[in-house]
Design a protein around this ligand. Structure first.
Ligand SMILES: Nc1ncnc2c1ncn2[C@@H]1O[C@H](COP(=O)(O)OP(=O)(O)OP(=O)(O)O)[C@@H](O)[C@H]1O
Ligand SMILES: [Mg+2]
Length: 261
């Protein structure tokens, strides 16, 4: 049984780059059906994490939530961010369920405590049991309580990497708006086939487009290199190309970029 953690990026399931707080329902439904097909056709356990797009990044930025507790004026921002993320999660879980995936919401803020932004306490046995039951838990990045700073943002990327380690995933697949990592301007420069600690410093990565409170693209790659150090590779593929996610799940064809040791 292969175990794969799929991260559905806010950059592909929402209209993040237009700054519009909307889901790209067509793209989301296609991705859901590809996951469904892969689950039916091969011996797979899948765990899903989705990003925030404007549903989370916009209120989190407005209230400065990434810095942790500074004043009570920030507290309504927690409410707004949670509401936004739960709304987005509901849309993602519904899309998956409609496609025939046994998807269930998993609320990180009810199960995880942070310590200065890093996962400190998390009973992963709940998630493991769900997987055993062939359920597909769907978690997400959100604002969480933090023992040190009151609250902090848990990025979907950090949650993905943590869960992948804890369930001993065979692979992580990150779906985004570009097919992998590019040497310079995304989509306009050479695509990098394999990214490692050995070659990352030879590239210059710019900042991503659209509001992002979790450190942007470089931070994402750092998270993935740490995961690769632990022996778990990540494939970054486009969610806008037909079957790229499916191909990655059933290991039929290689697309995008592989981040590995
Ligand atoms: N060299 C690069 N190669 C590929 N993408 C890049 C590169 N440099 C910057 N990016 C940007 O990184 C973005 C992906 O990261 P981003 O955090 O914005 O998306 P996400 O993780 O899908 O969204 P969310 O954080 O909401 O889940 C792409 O949309 C792209 O604009
Ligand atoms: Mg991001």
């Amino acid at each position: 049984m292969r175990r794969i953690v799929v991260k559905l990026g806010g950059s592909v399931i929402t209209k993040k780059h237009e700054g519009v707080r909307e889901v790209d329902q067509k793209v989301l439904d296609i991705l859901s059906s590809e996951i469904s097909r892969a689950l039916k056709e091969s011996a797979l356990q899948v765990l899903i994490v989705h990003g925030a797009g404007p549903y989370g990044h916009v209120p989190a930025k407005k209230y400065g939530l990434a810095e942790g507790f500074k004043s009570v004026d920030q507290i309504p921002g927690i409410v707004e961010t949670r509401l936004g993320m739960e709304e987005l999660n509901r849309i993602v879980v519904s899309s998956l369920a409609n496609a025939g995936v046994n998807a269930v919401a998993f609320q990180p803020s009810a199960a995880i405590m942070l310590d200065d932004g890093r996962i400190n306490d998390f009973d992963v046995s709940i998630v493991r049991k769900m997987l055993e039951l062939r359920l597909v838990p769907v978690g997400y990045g959100d604002v969480l309580t933090d023992v040190r700073t009151g609250f902090k943002i848990l990025s979907g990327d950090q949650l993905t990497a943590y869960l992948a380690k804890m369930i001993g995933a065979d692979l992580v697949v990150m779906v985004g708006d570009y097919d992998g990592v590019f040497e310079g301007e995304p989509g306009e420069s050479e695509q990098i086939k394999e990214l490692t600690r050995g070659n990352i410093d030879s590239f210059e990565f710019g900042a991503g487009k659209g509001a992002d409170v979790t450190g942007g693209f470089k931070r994402k790659l750092e998270e993935l290199l740490e995961l690769a150090d632990a022996g778990i590779a990540t494939r970054i593929v486009s969610g806008r190309e037909k079957d790229f996610l499916y191909d990655s799940l059933v290991v039929r064809k290689e697309h995008g970029t592989l981040v590995k040791k």
